[in-house]
Ligand binder design. Sequence first.
Ligand code: MN
Length: 204
Amino acid sequence: MYSLPKLKYGYHELEPYYDALTVEIHYTKHHQAYIDNLNKLLANAPQDFQSMSLETLLLNLENLPSDIATGVRNNAGGHYCHSLFWQQFSPHPATFTGKIAELVVRDFESKENFVDLFSQKAKALFGSGWVWLVLDVDNHLHIVSTSGHNTPLELGYKPLLVIDMWEHAYYLKYQNRKNEWINAFWNLIDWDFINQVLNKLTCK
Ligand code: MN
């Protein structure tokens, strides 16, 4: 059974960039609903799928019984995407430094260029989805987008950072002003956390 991972901050602590009401609804209603739906679906799935890690489950979607495959894709994906999304934020984010800074400069020339490319991709995403910074098997960085709650795991990438571009993620505060949501997002990214994720992936 999956459960909602604890937040490292209070709902109001990401203000003014991310408002308390959106954080609370997004976390306690939207994210929770994906977890509840996933648990219901898995209750009817073969035992093998019930004991898999979330990541392994998402890499084995094609082996799921057809009556629950789409539901598991959407809801396990929703749980996975939101789990990274919440963890990467901090009210007191660490600065852009360390290994992630080295790799970003190597692969995108500068932080400014990376932020610009990522933000453009987020702006250009049509419909509901996510934009990711990911690592490939050769430890190179890429910016990719996925629709719905599809994850980059299926593409062979490991996620490092992600922005939620579903309207529920920003609409209460930013309405149609997607640009303002994307610009605000960068003020909350804790680069120390991104370095921790990167270290786990590259020290294997
Ligand atoms: Mn969301």
